[in-house]
Design a protein around this ligand. Structure first.
Ligand SMILES: Cc1cc2nc3c(=O)[nH]c(=O)nc-3n(C[C@H](O)[C@H](O)[C@H](O)COP(=O)(O)O)c2cc1C
Length: 342
């Protein structure tokens, strides 16, 4: 059983949410922010099985404060009382601080700063992982956000910009001095995007550089990969993104196997179909019928990927525009299925 005392002391002991380990603390197994995926319906589903913390999709700080409806709706509708960190992105200290205040006022349990997004439209605006190329500027954003809110402020970043600039330990050290509560490191550089394998061992240099908790991220999909990532990195916990797609219980299983949290009941057969329909209906209510049906398709695809006997129905389910018909089709799936536990 792994221990995570420091994590708890430093980070969220004022906040009570999520599942508990046998000693009453939350397990350090977090849901990663995934734009277009970790919306409120998905976060609720993951939390219903158990997660130490869930993080919202990235919010563009200036757009949020200036109230573009799409950005604000995502955050305003996205919070519940079970503990959601809201992730903000940007390159201007004023907008970052204002956005952090707004999210904290709306109930964000933490504010997470994005310094890892590799997308060109983000880095060309000198946000996301581009901030790793200008640590002084990155620090000015961190200081502004920390000063703006009372909730913990955390940082999610990568190993560095590229193999010649592996400066995550420097950034982490300075971020700790500026008041960051914990750091998550995706074990790739920006220039790797999502290629190759996450280098969990390289995260150890960050762990050695700071005394705040460090979370390992990248390619963790089950208890075995989580254990290996923790062993190689020395990290205090893990953050899981794509490993929860189609398997919203993944985090709870990792928390049970590695941290002594209660073991989740994983639905099979007709209970699994009910869960999927519940997720689908939650997306329809959250986004509305037309957009909800479109946004839900990727989740349905992930559920059906490993579903024996689903192939004849797959195309019909994923192309049907009318939600009632989708639900009818889902009810005709072979109900003897047990998706492999993550
Ligand atoms: C579709 C997609 C969207 C993502 N959106 C975000 C985001 O909004 N903020 C962020 O910090 N990282 C984002 N990421 C990166 C993930 O949080 C995570 O660091 C990465 O996927 C590696 O972890 P994993 O292998 O567990 O998925 C995204 C990744 C993907 C694939």
């Amino acid at each position: 059983m792994l221990q995570c005392d420091i994590w708890w002391e430093c980070t969220v002991n004022k906040h009570e949410f999520g599942i508990r380990m046998s000693d009453g603390r939350n397990p350090p197994v977090f849901l990663a922010p995934l734009a277009g995926i970790t919306d409120l319906p998905f976060r609720n589903l993951v939390q219903s099985f158990g997660a130490g913390l869930v993080v919202s999709e990235m919010i563009a700080s200036q757009e949020m404060v200036q109230a573009r409806p799409s950005a604000r709706a995502r955050a305003a509708l996205g919070l519940n009382d079970r503990g959601t960190a809201v992730q903000i992105a940007g390159r201007d200290a004023y907008w970052m601080a204002e956005c952090a205040k707004l999210c904290a006022d709306q109930g964000a349990a933490m504010i997470d700063i994005n310094m890892g997004c590799p997308a060109k439209k983000v880095t060309n605006g000198y946000s996301g992982s581009a901030l790793m190329r200008d640590l002084d500027h990155a620090l000015s954003l961190i200081e502004a956000v920390v000063a703006a809110v009372d909730v913990p402020v955390t940082l999610k970043t990568r190993l560095g910009w590229d193999d010649d600039c592996l400066n995550a330990p420097d950034l982490a050290r300075r971020a700790e001095d500026a008041g960051i509560a914990h750091i998550t490191i995706h074990g790739r550089t920006r220039c790797q995007f999502y290629k190759g394998a996450a280098d969990w061992a390289a995260i150890r240099a960050v762990k050695d550089a700071v005394s705040i908790p460090v979370y390992a991220n990248g390619d963790i999909v089950d208890a075995a990969t989580a254990r290996r990532a923790l062993t190689l990195s020395g990290a205090d916990g893990v953050m899981v993104g794509r490993g929860a797609q189609g398997r919203p219980w993944t985090l709870a299983l990792i928390a049970a196997d590695l941290f002594g949290a209660p073991r989740p009941e994983i639905p099979t057969g007709s209970a699994l179909i009910d869960m999927i329909i519940g997720h689908y209906q939650a997306m329809i209510s959250f986004y509305g019928r037309s957009l909800g049906a479109k946004c839900a398709r990727k989740h349905l695809g992930w559920y059906l990927d490993d579903w024996p006997g689903a192939q004849p129905l797959r195309r019909a389910i994923l192309t049907e525009p009318e939600p009632d018909n989708v639900i009818r089709l889902l009810r005709t799936l072979p109900d003897t299925v047990e998706l492999a536990a993550a």
